[in-house]
Design a protein around this ligand. Structure first.
Ligand code: CO
Length: 136
């Protein structure tokens, strides 16, 4: 490890569950003017990434109904699915969450899209927002 000062937590991406990427991508890309960036599929979803400054918008389309995004869209329709924060030290942040009694979906980090370690927090502990934590 280096002696870099801690970097401030920032929004890495906002995940938006959609029925069909092709229907909504032109709005974000062509009308709002967000440059698109290729992203790998993850958790059974096709992902269209769009640069929004230092953050990304991730449009998430389920590959099948039995995936997390498929279930979300079936139950609630399209909409904001999660917010991902990049933190300086994922393990330390997850430990602080655990110590504070925050309900964890992933008790230890796992590999997410872009090959980065991630962990999800349960919305019951975060004012109803599904939160993903990742590293810088
Ligand atoms: Co995400």
């Amino acid at each position: 490890m280096t002696n870099e000062p801690p970097r401030p937590t920032r929004i890495a991406h906002v995940g938006i569950a959609v029925h069909a990427l092709g229907e909504i991508l032109p709005f974000y890309r062509d009308i709002l003017g967000l440059p698109d960036v290729p992203l790998d599929d993850a958790d059974g979803a096709r992902i269209a990434g769009l640069h929004a400054g230092d953050s990304l918008i991730e449009l998430l389309e389920a590959k099948s109904a039995d995936t997390p995004i498929g279930k979300f869209v079936a139950k609630r329709g399209s909409g904001i699915h999660h917010i991902c924060f990049a933190v300086h030290d994922l393990d330390a942040t997850l430990a602080r969450c655990r110590d504070a009694g925050v309900r964890l979906i992933d008790t230890t980090p796992r590999l997410g899209a872009e090959g980065k370690r991630i962990a999800f927090l349960h919305p019951a502990s975060t004012a109803g927002v599904l939160i993903e934590l990742t590293e810088y």
